[in-house]
Design a protein around this ligand. Structure first.
Ligand code: ZN
Ligand code: ZN
Length: 604
């Protein structure tokens, strides 16, 4: 009796203590102080990182090019230390949940800034970190201000290019061969911005001839500096290049900073290994089920993986043709929305339609589909779904692409990119406006949500051959889903194994081609990517794992009272925050807890 009473008492305390309604909290004085601090920080932050500012649509510092000297690194560390210090003045538990997440995001960013300079030191071994062309290209292609004004800032910013590359040369020591090669390619590839793109822009501008000549002459100096950097790298006497593999110690830390996961890198890797086996088992089961339908008289090969591969190839032949590719994507979006409504999976704001467009010229060649969202400083801008056009492609290239994005996979792509994936998540994120979450948002949460959405939609029965009231996805759809999902899983295995376990190139090819059913060109591209990036390939599976685990936990707590729609809407209401913080807040919400109180009453 006594313990029951105590439990009951505690349960009530918990209930009343955490009855905090997310949106309607009145701003306490501590929160108001913290909000002021955030504004101050962001202003200083853009001054410190002007290039980042431009990429987010904040153009005040467009004319500034930061020269990467040792003094600059010291300044950056000092900046981070100072703001970390100011941050500790705020008692975190007195802040609203939204501000608590912002607090953690800021803290992580500042600590990560110091760590990058002092321990990761990619400024020493990654020459591809030095490349100015991206922001310059944006200044020409992105229509945020008048062309003449953009060219004027372009001109001012170019002045420091020679000093920039001189500082880069001072920094580089025993760079990895892979990053050196990438730096040469990308820097030379960026020259067209200062040659062709700039000349084209000048022609369109209303700048006087005399000033045009000044711009052109400064561009020549910039081009010379970039070429000189590439030549310098080519002839670098680099007897002891650093390995492109990060090594376990740095990798674990980078994983923690970049993904802010509730799991360690090793834990996620273990989960990926298990998931790969589950998927293989499921794919084999589905292949056996489908075999008679597609290969009537043919005996199945002995190897499971070979049989699965044959079935995937067979199903991949069902695809849109090159002229109907864009229109079939257009047709699917309202279907996805209708399905979500019919199954009561999540509220979708009808006032914010997604604008589908053929991808603009400056993105051409990337193909596939992608979302372009307005940055935090352009809230009213449209969100576009860019669909790649296959015009100008050879028949072979188009056919291979259309097979990859076949009838089934195209559905999953739309789920991932648009509804209920990236696009829907973004609409929700914009409803909990926080500049901090916009600029420091969690890639694992964002990608994890899109990957989670794929599975959720199939669990709810989504299928391309949908009739009026679908109940179950077809085995074909599940098999192709498994293959698609296996890609995120193997990305994680690859990244962790290459950077911490010395996985060789041929082992990697075996993983991607034989065990994940990828084409050779795709696998080779992946190898190039993993040899110049670290951790980033893990964000998809890490976020997915955390979201799925959170859902299972709450489902277990609530049993028959679990409401999928409520879970989704609450999950998305926190903005693009790391899942581990969303988890803390959701599990603290009595609505997501076991109903101790009721239960105890009955016991009495
Ligand atoms: Zn075909
Ligand atoms: Zn994505």
């Amino acid at each position: 009796m006594k313990t029951n009473f105590l439990k009951l008492f505690l349960a009530i305390i918990v209930v009343s203590g955490t009855q905090v309604s997310w949106a309607k909290v009145s701003v306490s004085s501590k929160d108001a102080g913290f909000d002021r601090f955030k504004n101050r920080l962001v202003n200083q932050f853009w001054k410190m990182y002007p290039e980042w500012a431009s990429s987010q649509g904040f153009h005040k510092y467009d004319s500034v090019l930061v020269i990467p000297t040792a003094a600059r690194r010291e300044k950056e560390v000092h900046f981070c230390e100072t703001y970390l210090d100011s941050l500790t003045a705020f008692p975190i538990n007195d802040l609203s949940p939204a501000n608590r997440i912002d607090y953690y995001l800021i803290e992580n960013q500042l600590k990560s800034g110091i760590w990058s300079v002092q321990e990761l030191k990619s400024w020493q071994w990654d020459p591809s970190g030095y490349n100015v062309s991206g922001t310059f290209a944006d200044m020409l292609s992105n229509n945020y201000a008048g062309l003449d004004e953009r060219i004027h800032n372009f001109y001012r910013r170019m002045a420091e290019i020679p000093a920039y590359y001189e500082a880069a040369k001072q920094n580089i020591r025993n760079p990895s061969a892979e990053h050196t090669k990438l730096a040469i390619e990308q820097n030379l590839g960026g020259l067209s911005v200062f040659e062709k793109d700039l000349e084209d822009a000048l022609k369109k501008s209303h700048i006087e001839a005399e000033n045009k000549a000044k711009v052109t002459s400064r561009a020549k100096a910039a081009v010379a500096a970039i070429r000189d950097y590439a030549e310098w790298l080519k002839s670098l006497d680099n007897k002891h290049p650093r390995s492109f593999r990060l090594g376990k110690d740095l990798y674990d830390k980078k994983f923690a900073f970049d993904l802010q996961s509730g799991f360690t890198a090793a834990e996620i890797y273990q989960k990926a290994i298990v998931r790969k086996e589950e998927l293989h088992d499921d794919m084999y089961r589905l292949t056996c089920l489908l075999w008679p339908k597609y290969f009537q008289n043919q005996t199945m090969p002995r190897s499971n993986l070979v049989a699965i591969k044959m079935m995937i190839d067979k199903l991949s032949r069902k695809h849109a043709n090159r002229d109907s590719f864009e229109s079939s994507i257009r047709k699917q979006l309202p279907q996805l929305e209708k399905f979500i409504k019919a199954k009561n999976l999540l509220y979708i704001d009808p006032k914010k339609p997604l604008v589908v467009r053929r991808e603009p010229d400056y993105m051409a060649g990337v193909a596939g589909a992608s979302i372009s969202a307005p940055g935090p400083y352009d809230k009213k801008g449209n969100t576009y779904y860019n669909v790649g056009s296959l015009s100008g492609w050879s028949d072979d290239k188009a056919e291979s692409y259309l097979r990859e994005y076949n009838k089934y996979v195209l559905q999953i792509l739309n789920i991932h990119e648009a509804i209920p994936g990236h696009y829907t998540q973004l609409v929700y994120a914009n409803q909990s406006p926080s500049i901090i979450k916009s600029i420091l948002g969690s890639s694992a949460m964002i990608e994890g949500w899109a990957v989670y959405g794929e599975r959720m939609m199939l669990e709810a029965g989504y299928d391309p051959d949908m009739n009026a009231n679908p109940t179950e996805s077809s085995p074909e759809m599940w098999l192709m889903y498994d293959k698609w999902h296996l890609r995120s899983v193997c990305n994680t295995i690859l990244d962790y194994s290459v950077h911490t376990k010395n996985m060789s190139r041929s082992e990697a090819m075996n993983l991607l081609i034989d065990q994940a059913f990828q084409e050779k060109t795709e696998a080779e591209g992946k190898w190039r990517r993993v040899s110049v990036t670290q951790v980033q390939l893990c964000c998809y599976f890490t976020g997915y794992t955390e979201i799925y685990a959170l859902r299972s936990k709450i489902q277990k707590n609530l049993g028959v009272n679990f409401d999928l729609r409520r879970f989704h809407e609450q999950f998305l209401s926190y903005g693009s925050a790391p899942v581990k913080y969303i988890r803390q807040l959701m599990l603290a919400d009595p609505k997501n807890q076991k109903h101790e109180r009721q239960f105890k009453m009955i016991e009495h």
